[in-house]
Design a binder for this molecule. Structure first.
Ligand SMILES: [Zn+2]
Length: 250
């Protein structure tokens, strides 16, 4: 199975990056060791949930989001850690008294898609772009049940959002999700947290295209209230510019 790019042969490259992140985030990792699922309110009806994976002895966080609509809960990306697939559903039901009714992933890596099969079995409709659907198959990752061919607007209960593909970057297929009314941009792994000083896992990245993709994205969504990166903190709404800076620095 293609994992989140931490394949054996990439260890040599990736270890210094992890070590650097560890140095930056010592306090954070201390906390992460005890929590397996962390739910953080973002704005009315919007919650970031974080799951963790131990990569070579370092606990690494992965951000996803869920949104509460009047009809049920929308899941944006699945937990990375499979032991949290069901606890996430339970926590959501306990907090909001509503089931998850929709699940969408923003690229093919397993920190986005790992839960597709499980949620499909639970009767939750799962979605990805056609490109993500194809890349999941090619890389031995679980696929969504449904796919869309181009940028799509979804209306789920009283929540409306659009998917946008600005081009390749972290992967060929990375899309973002935009909630226009709330000005919340869910960037996933295309966008690096301002806490990160490197591009992280670039095993499947298109480093030539990424800069242009970021410029397109910044132009399309110039003034978001929140920008959610795939990993680490989302306190700054400047994460798009930060990612562009990382890509253009010498
Ligand atoms: Zn990721």
């Amino acid at each position: 199975m293609k994992s989140n790019g931490i394949a054996q042969n990439k260890k040599t490259f990736f270890l210094p990056v992890l070590f650097f992140m560890l140095l930056l985030s010592e306090t954070f990792f201390g906390q992460a060791a005890v929590s397996k699922l962390k739910i953080t309110p973002l704005a009315d009806d919007f919650y970031i949930y974080t799951t963790y994976k131990d990569l070579d002895g370092t606990v690494f966080p992965s951000n996803s989001m869920y949104v509460v609509s009047d009809k049920g809960v929308i899941l944006i990306d699945t937990p990375w850690d499979e032991s949290e697939f069901q606890p996430l559903l339970d926590s959501i039901y306990k907090r909001h008294n509503k089931p998850v009714i929709f699940c969408i992933a923003t690229h093919f890596h397993d920190d986005r898609t790992a839960g597709f099969e499980y949620y499909k079995k639970k009767g939750i409709p799962t979605y990805s772009s056609k490109l993500t659907y194809d890349l999941c198959q090619k890389n031995g990752n679980v696929q969504a049940e449904h796919y869309f061919e181009k940028d799509t607007v979804f209306n789920i209960g009283n929540k409306k959002f659009e998917t946008y593909y600005a081009g390749a970057g972290h992967t060929q297929d990375n899309i973002v999700i935009w909630f226009g009314k709330q000005k919340i941009l869910y960037g996933g792994c295309l966008i690096k947290s301002t806490e990160n000083e490197s591009l992280g896992n670039i095993a499947d990245a298109d480093l030539n295209a990424w800069e242009g993709t970021m410029r397109k994205l910044i132009k399309k969504y110039p003034k978001p209230h929140y920008v959610i990166p795939g990993h680490f903190g989302w306190e700054s709404n400047k994460a798009m510019q930060h990612t562009l800076n990382l890509l253009t620095k010498k």
